[in-house]
Design a protein around this ligand. Structure first.
Ligand SMILES: Nc1ncnc2c1ncn2[C@@H]1O[C@H](COP(=O)(O)OP(=O)(O)O)[C@@H](O)[C@H]1O
Ligand SMILES: [Mg+2]
Length: 607
């Protein structure tokens, strides 16, 4: 890892200030003024001393005249400095605070738009840590930059070389000493950068593990995993510390040497200055001026080292932060995309091909048509491509070949938001927010009235159990619905979709996780939900899809059979076999399913 990487990251940190560049530029100018003050002070001080030293030779009137000029300048510098200081202390903090919140919000929005495949790969604990830590680090960098580092930079890069004009011998001495301490800092930074990267990786690992364990606390407790989880945590901590300590040692060396350089600089300027004075090559005023410079610049160098050190400690965290920001979002609107409106609900898959990781195909030439208001069932073994097909319908991603159309319009030609507004999904895992029941239901329609909520809850067979909760609709749901049963959670997600009221519906194994009795109670809710909507049902229990208008049998990404339940049974193919095994197997058939099996063998056409 090299030094340019450092500047690249720092450049991006500054680039995030673009939205507030007016204020940033004002603060920069104020910092320039602040940088100049500590240089002008010793110069004027040195001039005053020389003036007094030569007073006898030059006469009272000339001395008085010059004295007024110096004093006037000095006052102006002081007042200007105070003004700049007021500006900086009032606005640097505000800018840093505001931009931290803005950038955190931007990161949050970006992360929520990222491809679902990305979210499946990376842990939420990790993203959360990167977001919060990145916000903190950016805040610290901006604040310290506008409070001190900008003026330090100016002091070192511009004003330090300008001291050559005052007395080139003393200036050269000072520049050599200060440059050597800067080189030392640079050297240590380079030496320890990759070790610090390792430390950062352990920090992220720690956040990931903690998030994972806390998220699965039920598992941890029931499998008595507490000590094992703690042991794993301690191992990471041990590794983190053993990577961190050598880095800290190096920086301790820097700090000690820095102190030594400071002392050497002050002493040698005094000694060389005295020697030059004896030879008549430096005045007493110049020595005083350079002593002032030296003590000031040494303080600044300490700041620079502190800053490089903190940027160095943060740099890998910031790199992670920017990496997430640089990850392209999932699908986005085409230029000129129009909203999808007044949908009747005719869905067409036209030779759709899709692959997560080529060349392995998740969908291979899938074509079918779903008529408005009808029910299409997708069945077949796990991994057959059913969820993938439905994911493409609400544009989790776009197919590599072929097209998906709603009412004849290619879904890539409409805006993403309007497309997703037309589609309701009930997943196997009912995802619920850590908010009240009412808030969770309003996810589908933020401005729904209480009466609408209740009507939807009644249709979803959820109203009664909601009223049994301690605070009714205002009861807060535990994280991911922890204080509700599976059937209750699922009825809430059905009510949520009922409120959204989309013409197209996807039920992706909506009842697979429920036991037979609970499923029966949810089935009524689903029946109410399906009313008048084009519905796609993915189900493993074939009894639940007996009345589908069209059944598609998926295998390894292809549709191998299609037709109504009775047609497929009559064909005697893969599906018929599936039906036979399911209804013969008492475990799969479960209580109350046996009559279905009998009905299957006597195909009826009333579907
Ligand atoms: N995010 C993903 N990344 C890579 N491969 C995936 C991903 N999701 C699913 N797959 C693969 O795609 C195939 C189809 O999966 P899926 O559509 O979930 O099947 P089904 O819903 O029929 O069980 C499977 O082989 C699965 O492993
Ligand atoms: Mg699936």
């Amino acid at each position: 890892m090299r030094i340019p990487f450092f500047f690249a990251i720092y450049g991006r940190v500054l680039g995030l200030l673009r939205p507030v560049r007016g204020l940033a530029i004002t603060l920069t100018l104020a910092n320039l003024a602040l940088a100049a003050v500590p240089f002008l002070d010793p110069i004027l001080f040195g001039k005053a001393i020389d003036l007094l030293a030569n007073a006898a030779a030059r006469g009272a009137e000339a001395t008085f005249h010059d004295g007024v000029r110096i004093f006037g300048l000095w006052t102006a510098v002081g007042v200007g400095g105070i003004g700049a200081r007021i500006l900086v202390s009032l606005h640097a903090d505000r800018l840093a605070h505001r931009q931290r919140q803005n950038v955190t919000a931007m990161f949050f929005e970006h992360v929520l738009q990222l491809h679902l495949a990305y979210h499946r790969r990376s842990h939420s604990g990790r993203l959360l840590k990167i977001m919060l830590q990145g916000g903190d680090q950016l805040f610290g960098l901006w604040l310290s930059m506008f409070r001190e580092h900008l003026s330090t930079l100016v002091a070192l890069l511009v004003l330090l070389p300008m001291t050559i004009l005052l007395n080139w011998r003393l200036a050269t001495l000072m520049i050599v000493l200060i440059t050597s301490s800067a080189l030392l800092t640079g050297y240590v930074t380079r030496r320890t950068l990759s070790a610090q990267g390792e430390v950062q990786a352990y920090h992220t690992d720690l956040a990931e593990r903690a998030g994972d364990a806390i998220g699965n606390v039920v598992l941890v407790q029931s499998f008595v995993r507490l000590s094992a989880e703690m042991r794993m945590m301690r191992e990471v901590i041990e590794r983190l510390l053993s990577a961190q300590f050598p880095v800290i040692n190096w920086w301790a060396v820097v700090s000690v040497l820095q102190g030594a350089v400071a002392t050497i600089t002050v002493i040698s300027i005094f000694a060389v200055g005295a020697w030059l004075n004896l030879k008549g090559e430096a005045t007493v005023g110049e020595i005083v001026t350079f002593m002032g410079f030296a003590t000031h610049l040494i303080g600044r160098m300490d700041q620079v080292v502190g800053f490089v050190n903190s940027l160095f400690m943060d740099i890998h965290g910031l790199k992670e932060f920017f990496e997430v920001l640089d990850t392209p979002s999932a699908v986005c609107d085409r230029p000129g995309a129009r909203p999808l409106e007044n949908v009747r609900g005719r869905v067409e898959f036209d030779h759709v091909n899709y692959s997560y990781e080529p060349p392995r195909k998740a969908l291979d030439d899938v074509s079918f048509m779903a008529e408005p208001g009808r029910t299409v069932a997708l069945v077949g073994e796990t991994g057959g491509g059913k969820s993938t097909a439905m994911g493409l319908l609400h544009r989790q991603d776009d197919p590599q070949a072929g097209a998906i159309r709603i009412d004849g319009v290619d879904i890539r030609d409409v805006t993403l938001d309007s497309l997703r507004a037309q589609i309701g999904v009930v997943f196997q895992e009912s995802m619920l927010f850590y908010r009240s029941i009412a808030d969770n239901l309003r996810v589908g329609q933020p401005d729904a009235k209480d009466a609408d909520l209740e009507a939807a809850a009644r249709l979803a067979c959820a109203h009664d159990f909601i009223l049994r909760q301690p605070r009714g609709y205002q009861t807060r749901i535990g994280e991911r619905g922890a204080n509700l049963s599976g059937g209750e959670r699922q009825r809430l997600s059905i009510a949520r979709v009922l409120l959204k009221n989309p013409p197209i519906l996807i039920l992706d194994e909506a009842t697979s996780a429920l036991d037979a009795a609970t499923e029966a109670s949810v089935q009524q809710a689903i029946k109410n939900l399906k009313q008048g909507r084009t519905t796609f049902v993915i189900a493993h229990r074939l009894a639940t899809i007996r009345d589908a208008d069209l059944i598609l049998v998926f295998q390894e990404g292809r549709i191998i059979e299609r037709g109504s339940f009775s047609d497929l049974v009559r064909q005697g193919g893969f599906f018929a076999q599936l039906v036979a095994t399911q209804f013969q197997n008492p475990a799969a058939a479960e209580a109350g399913r046996a009559p279905d099996a009998i009905a299957v063998s006597v195909p009826s056409d009333n579907m």
